[in-house]
Design a protein around this ligand. Structure first.
Ligand code: PHE
Length: 346
């Protein structure tokens, strides 16, 4: 029977060397070390041996059992190590290859322009604040002296959050002007703020119209504020924004929340006023709406119009970028074309 033990040993070692997967290893274990495996079958036969041979064969069989268990462990570790080495090899990184240059993003042109605008006003003593894009009809229209049914509403058609005729109608703001009232409700004069932000209009889009764009609003309220202050502020801003030689022009215009109201133009920085394609031969470029805050708006905000006066102005952020960079289609700003955006590396 000792021959049988040796035969099992030889066979087991040979098969173990051929096992290359976990599954094959498991099959091997069942076959040689399992409850019904070769070794146990043999041990079960011990009883048929003469009594003096039993301890010899038994001891030899048990020694083989420990030997095979050790060989099994060794083989398994070898296979795991081999698999790990193969995985590492497959994952190998060639650190001598040239790297991929990291793509560094830039601020969106609109963000850049908002910063440029607000930095100028900040240097003139204006605070920069922002307000809600979802707005009450009250602030967007009513408190700005545009009651329900007022024809000026046609100019600012919007997206309604609630039905237009509900008790407290809510909408997407059509301009940044509602912040005039919100600020004056909270802060008593002197007030000097600039409000950049996103606004919405319900209209067909084309090269010069988007349903989402940005404005900046300015507001200054104090005792004795006059149109001369408005003029000086806009003049300083225009020269910083469009060039030191700029002149400005105020012409009468109508906005329900200012009186008097003006449209502000600067002389064309391309042709110096002679007339070119940018200014459409007029020599002037309209850049803002402005005016003296209407007394009724002051009243809505709880400020006494007999004591205080103020001026307000508002302009389009994308319009500034379009004029300064000669961009001919406003839809480019939010078309997400990386070739467009990449041109505005700050
Ligand atoms: N809110 C006006 C618009 O959207 C601009 C404006 C602001 C006009 C402040 C006068 C004063 O067209």
């Amino acid at each position: 029977m000792l021959d049988q033990v040796r035969a099992i040993a030889a066979e087991a070692h040979r098969h173990l060397a051929q096992a290359t997967t976990e599954q094959e290893l498991e099959l091997w274990r069942t076959r040689f070390l399992g409850r019904k495996g070769a070794l146990n079958e043999l041990l079960r036969g011990l009883g048929t041996l003469p009594a003096d041979q039993r301890p010899v064969v038994g001891a030899e069989a048990n020694r083989l059992k420990r030997e095979l268990e050790a060989a099994f462990e060794q083989r398994r570790e070898a296979l795991v190590a081999r698999a790990r080495a193969a995985a590492l090899e497959a994952d190998r990184v060639d650190i001598t290859l040239p790297g991929r240059p990291p793509v560094i993003g830039t601020l969106h042109p609109t963000t850049q322009m908002i910063r440029r605008i607000t930095e100028i006003f900040a240097s003139l003593g204006f605070d920069i604040v922002t307000g809600p894009e979802v707005e009450w009809d009250y602030y967007n229209f009513e408190a700005l002296n545009i009651p329900p049914g007022h024809p000026a509403r046609d100019q600012w058609d919007t997206f309604w959050i609630t039905p237009e005729d509900s008790e407290r109608p809510m909408l997407l703001r059509t301009h940044t002007s509602p912040m005039q009232v919100r600020i004056m409700e909270k802060q008593k004069p002197p007030v000097r703020v600039v409000v950049p932000g996103r606004v919405y209009r319900y209209e067909a889009t084309d090269a010069t119209h988007e349903s989402v764009f940005h404005q900046f609003e300015g507001l200054a309220v104090d005792e004795g504020v006059t149109m001369a202050d408005l003029n000086g502020t806009i003049y300083t801003f225009a020269r910083r924004m469009f060039g030191e030689r700029r002149r400005i022009r105020f012409r009468c215009d109508f906005f329900p929340f200012v009186e008097p109201g003006v449209d502000v133009a600067v002389d064309c920085w391309v042709c110096e006023g002679a007339g070119c394609t940018l200014c459409r031969r007029s020599g002037w470029i309209e850049v803002m709406g402005a005016g003296m805050v209407h007394p009724r708006v002051l009243e809505y905000a709880g400020i006494d119009p007999r004591r205080y006066t103020g001026f307000a102005f508002g302009g389009g952020v994308e319009r500034f970028s379009m004029l300064l960079h000669r961009i001919d289609d406003i839809r480019l700003f939010y078309g997400n074309d990386i070739r467009f955006l990449r041109q505005f590396v700050a």
